[in-house]
Write a protein that binds this ligand. Structure first.
Ligand code: PLP
Length: 384
C-alpha cells in the first residue's frame, strides 16, 4: 500500500476516532494504573510511567513522522537527551558538535563527566573532523543541525558514515529543523532527538522531548531507561503535543517562507553586517542544507549589527517580535544570545566559535510577513 504523506500521517497515525465512543478526538487518559484480568494479564498497560494510551499515541505518531520504528516521549528535551546518555558506561567517550545547545553542553560537562564519561567537541561542519576525534572508547557521536544560534549545517549522511566506519552510533538533535524538513534516520543516523517544546508543540505552551530510532536493540535499551529513570511526560502534555503535530506541516512551511524573506530583507539592509540562514545562497553550507532539508530551511535567522550597543537598541525597539528565549512557536521572538540563551558559555569560547556580541537571533513566527518586515524596519532605525 502507498505510504500516506507527511501531513496525513501527522493527523492520523496513532490517532483516529476513540473506539469506545466514536469521539473524533481521542480522550486524554489520566489513569495512573490499569485493571488486570488476572495477575500479569492485561491489554498492554499496567502503570502509567511504563506506558499509557495517550503517550503511546504520541510515540506512534512521532516514530512515523521521523521515519523510525520506535518513538519515545519525555518530559523535556533534556530528559530525552539524559535518557540517551544513560546507555553509556564509565570510561565511554562521546564526540559532539562544538556549538551544541547550551543545556546539552551543561549536561555533558557538569553531570555526565562526573559519571566517568568523557567528551570531545569538534567542528562537525568540517569533513573528517568527527572521524579524527573518534577513539577506541568512543560510543556516541552527538550532533545538531542546524545549530543554535549560528545556523551551521552538518552533513548528516557524511557524519553517519564517519561514525559507522568505527561502529559508533550517531544521534542528531534535529530540533531546529523538525521532521517536516529533515529526517536524520533516513540519512543514516541511529537516534533522532527533539525538544518537542519548540516546533513539535509549536505554541509555547508545552514542554517535551523525544527520541526516535529505527534500531530494535537501541529502542529496547532506551525503553528500559525511559521507565527506569522515569523522565516521562504527563498525558495532558502528550495530548497537547498530538494537537500541535496536526498542524506541523502548515506551520513549518509558513515559518520557513517568512524566515527566508526576513533573511533576504536583513541581508539587503545597510545596518546589518551579516545574516545567518541556511536558505541564503551566501550561507557556507547552503548546498548541503538544500539537499538534506529538502529546500525548506526553517524559521530561525540570526544576524549581526555594528556592535553590542546597536544590537541591544534594535532588540529593545522591536514591538511585534517579543523579547524572549525559546523558539519554534507561532509568535515571533527575538533575543541576544550572548546576553541571554548563551550567557553560560564562557566568553572566549563564544567568540572562538563566532558567536559575537552584536548577534541577534530571531525565531520567525507565522504572522503576516509585511507586519514582521515593518517591525524590523522601524527597529533597525535604532541601529545607527
Ligand atoms: C530547547 C532545546 C533543547 C532542550 O530542550 P528542553 O525541552 O528545553 O529541555 C535541546 N536542543 C535544542 C536544539 C533546543 O533548542
Amino acid at each position: 500500500m502507498r505510504r500516506p504523506g507527511f501531513a496525513t500521517r501527522a493527523i492520523h497515525v496513532g490517532q483516529g476516532p476513540d473506539p469506545a465512543t466514536g469521539a473524533v478526538v481521542q480522550p486524554i487518559h489520566l489513569a495512573t494504573t490499569f485493571a488486570q484480568e488476572g495477575i500479569g494479564r492485561h491489554g498492554g498497560y499496567e502503570y502509567a510511567r511504563s506506558n499509557n494510551p495517550t503517550r503511546e499515541q504520541l510515540e506512534t505518531c512521532l516514530a512515523s513522522l521521523e521515519s523510525g520504528r520506535h518513538g519515545l516521549a519525555f518530559a523535556s528535551g533534556l530528559a530525552a537527551t539524559t535518557t540517551a546518555l544513560l546507555l553509556l558506561d564509565p570510561g565511554d567517550h562521546v564526540v559532539y558538535m562544538e556549538d551544541a545547545y547550551g543545556g546539552t553542553y551543561r549536561l555533558f560537562d557538569k553531570v555526565m563527566r562526573r559519571y566517568g564519561v568523557s567528551f570531545t567537541a569538534v567542528d562537525a561542519t568540517v569533513p573528517g573532523a568527527i572521524e579524527a576525534a573518534i577513539t577506541d572508547r568512543t560510543r556516541l557521536v552527538w550532533i545538531e543541525s542546524p545549530t543554535n544560534p549560528l545556523l551551521r549545517i552538518v552533513d548528516i549522511a557524511a557524519a553517519a558514515e564517519e561514525a559507522h566506519r568505527h561502529g559508533v552510533h550517531l544521534a542528531v538533535d534535529s530540533t531546529f529543523a523538525s521532521p517536516y524538513i529533515q529526517r536524520p534516520l533516513e540519512l543514516g543516523a541511529d537516534i533522532v532527538m527533539h525538544s518537542s517544546t519548540k516546533y513539535l508543540g509549536g505554541h509555547s505552551d508545552v514542554l517535551g522531548g523525544c527520541l526516535v530510532t529505527g534500531d530494535d536493540d537501541l529502542a529496547q535499551r532506551l525503553r528500559f531507561h525511559q521507565n527506569a529513570a522515569g523522565g516521562v511526560p504527563s498525558p495532558f502534555d502528550c495530548w497537547l503535543l498530538l494537537r500541535g503535530l496536526k498542524t506541523l506541516a502548515l506551520r513549518v512551511q509558513r515559518h520557513s517562507d517568512n524566515a527566508l524573506a526576513v533573511a533576504r530583507y536583513l541581508e539587503a539592509h545597510p545596518a546589518v553586517r551579516a545574516v545567518h540562514h541556511p536558505g541564503l545562497a551566501s550561507h557556507p553550507q547552503h548546498e548541503v542544507a538544500a539537499r538534506q532539508m529538502g529546500g525548506v530551511f526553517g524559521g530561525m535567522v540570526s544576524f549581526e549589527l555594528a556592535d553590542e550597543a546597536a544590537a541591544v537598541r534594535v532588540l529593545e525597539a522591536l514591538r511585534l517580535f517579543t523579547l524572549a528565549e525559546s523558539l519554534g512557536a507561532v509568535e515571533s521572538l527575538a533575543e541576544h544570545p550572548g546576553l541571554m540563551t548563551h550567557v553560560s558559555v564562557p566568553v572566549d569560547e563564544r567568540h572562538r566559535i563566532g558567536l559575537g556580541d552584536s548577534l541577534l537571533r530571531l525565531s520567525v513566527g507565522i504572522e503576516d510577513l509585511d507586519d514582521l518586515l515593518a517591525d524590523l524596519s522601524q527597529a533597525l532605525q535604532q541601529a545607527g
